[in-house]
Design a protein around this ligand. Structure first.
Ligand code: GLY
Length: 574
């Protein structure tokens, strides 16, 4: 019966949606978040505070927390914990992430809670005796997991929040304990990964049931609820020590993984220095290494800044070709120069300097495709299932957080008795120089495996200020396509003056140096595609690029929020 009601509600919502999408005013927060009746709300202009995330229930929880007096940091914690329950493919306790914030007092913060290589990890751990890369070991199962950072990241964020942690985690506990109805997308994700959950987990879990999952089925996760309660009651120790840590390491031992009790106990969040640069009079704030994202968007935006991109036209052959060439050159640098700055000297200032970037574009020809074979990294004396949350509160605090298990449902290893999935983030290291990882990205020494090192990321949570005031909160999942999606979303808003919804939903493209091809969404202009092919580009159609959550702050302070149409993503606020 409940299923029928949900489906009926969904049909009703779909019919009345075009009005809801365009309306100005209040969508959520509801007094109580209803796990049986919800729908994706794609774009609304709010007057005070809002959240855009990958799931309607998570956005509603975040907005409700702010309505109760919490700020953007409270909302971030509650939203991320809710995603860990309602969006198990990427929302997580067993992964890691990056949070960037611009506080109302004008200060910015970058918190790195990326996973770390376990202390027993070693450079060649994914090579066979003949030195061949065993990619499946870094991509799936117990050995692909790094030491999770998410829970430590949430407690590090709590320092800036107002409400007690116990209040922020309770909605997630309730949703795990009492259940919620799943979307068609979630049903398909769980069904598609069923065989892997069984193969790569050593105990049964709530994510696997006898019959196929259907939209409207209720997912109840008692073991996950118990883990969340241990975190609520014991703080950091509720995850990194005691029962949860024991369950993680027992799972590791049963499946030949490497994460140990000592690794968990030693996990530390690192505060990084925000990357800040100007683009056409706007100040962009983004994430430094171990993310490649902030440097990449600085490089790409600055490489195109001297060209009158707006006058070329949106997704005209000329503007797209210029952006592809900037992407190619930036990603060549990623492969060579970027890694965990605590283990590798990343030449960050040079990579982002005007002189260096002018040199990189010296051989740019507006009529032809460059060849990646000719575009090496510059000489300097660097399922994609991740998820992003964008938040702004009534006081003007902006928070952007991208968090990940790596690909969809991470390692597919559900921690026996603890009910959450572990990441397969070890694949973001370069397991052998020149051997592509699951995103086709190559790397070398800078991103080689070492115990305790953080693997290079593409996550790019980003904030934009105009005249020192909040202007945009943006980010997306998508593996190596993350920086290019963020780059294009920023260009869509700043150069092409788009609203949040268009900036997010217009088709995207991606070039990452190697392979030497342009990935392009199917809905891209056929004419532009034909012209690019004539210039010598190899184009490859691919499904959705990114699931971007973007909040644009309008001149009178209204918050125009957009959640990507490519998924169940949804906005809520007031
Ligand atoms: N695992 C995706 C990223 O961090 O880039």
């Amino acid at each position: 019966m409940k299923n029928k009601i949900f489906i009926a509600a969904l049909i009703l919502c779909i019919h009345s949606f075009s009005y809801a999408q365009k309306s100005m005013g209040i969508v959520g927060p509801k007094k109580t978040v209803d796990p049986y009746h919800y729908t994706s709300v794609k774009s609304v202009t709010f007057s005070k505070a809002c959240v855009a995330s990958a799931h309607p229930l998570a956005s509603e929880v975040g907005a409700a927390i702010m309505k109760k007096g919490g700020n953007a940091f409270d909302a971030m914690i509650a939203t991320q914990l809710t995603l860990a329950v309602v969006y198990p493919g990427a929302g997580n306790l067993g992964g890691g992430g990056f949070m960037i914030a611009h506080k109302k007092d004008g200060n910015s913060i970058a918190l790195d809670y990326r996973e770390m290589a376990p202390s027993k990890a070693s450079r060649d751990m994914y090579l066979d005796k003949d030195g061949n890369a065993q990619n499946q070991l870094s991509e799936i199962g117990h050995l692909s997991s790094g030491v999770p950072g998410t829970v430590a990241g949430l407690f590090a964020t709590a320092k800036y929040a107002k409400l007690p942690f116990a209040e922020l985690i309770q909605p997630a506990i309730d949703l795990a304990e009492k259940g919620f109805v799943i979307t068609a997308g979630e049903a398909s994700g769980l069904n598609g990964n069923r065989a892997d959950f069984i193969k790569y987990s050593t105990k049964p879990s709530a994510l696997v049931k006898e019959q196929e999952w259907k939209a409207g089925d209720t997912l109840i996760q008692p073991e996950l609820a118990a883990t969340l309660k241990r975190i609520r009651d014991n703080g950091l120790k509720g995850f990194y020590e005691g029962e949860t840590a024991k369950l993680i390491t027992e799972e590791m031992q049963r499946g030949n993984g490497m994460v140990s009790l000592e690794d968990l106990k030693k996990y530390l969040v690192k505060e990084r220095k925000v990357i800040s640069f100007d683009y056409r009079g706007y100040q962009v704030l983004s994430f430094p290494p171990p993310s490649s994202g902030g440097i990449l968007i600085a490089q790409m935006l600055k490489m195109i800044e001297k060209y009158p991109v707006a006058s070329y036209g949106f997704q005209s052959p000329k503007s797209v070709q210029l952006m592809i060439e900037a992407e190619r050159r930036a990603y060549a640098d990623r492969a060579q120069h970027m890694g965990d700055p605590d283990y590798w000297k990343v030449p960050q200032q040079t990579l982002m300097s005007d002189a260096y970037l002018a040199e990189r574009m010296k051989d740019y020809d507006p009529n032809y495709a460059s060849k990646s074979a000719d575009v090496k990294a510059g000489l300097v004396h660097e399922s994609d299932q991740t998820t992003h949350i964008s938040i702004i509160d009534a006081e003007g605090n902006m928070v952007a957080v991208t968090t990940t298990l790596n690909n969809s449902y991470g390692s597919k290893t559900v921690v026996g008795g603890a009910g959450f999935i572990l990441n397969d983030e070890m694949d973001d290291f370069s397991i052998k120089p020149g051997v592509p990882n699951m995103y086709g990205a190559v790397g070398g020494e800078a991103n080689a495996i070492e115990p305790g090192k953080r693997m290079l990321s593409s996550m790019t949570p980003t904030l934009v200020l105009k005249d020192s005031k909040p202007f945009m909160v943006v980010g997306t999942p998508g593996g190596t396509t993350i920086p290019t999606s963020v780059f294009q979303s920023i260009v869509n808003v700043i150069d092409f003056n788009m609203n949040a919804e268009d900036a997010v939903n217009k088709p995207k493209f991606h070039h990452q140096w190697l392979p030497d091809e342009v990935m392009i969404e199917k809905t891209f202009s056929a004419d532009t595609k034909a012209q690019l092919e004539k210039m010598g580009y190899t184009l490859k159609d691919r499904g959705g690029i990114g699931r971007t959550e973007l909040i644009k702050i309008l001149s009178k302070g209204e918050r125009e929020a957009a959640a990507d149409k490519r998924g169940d993503d949804s906005v809520a606020g007031f």
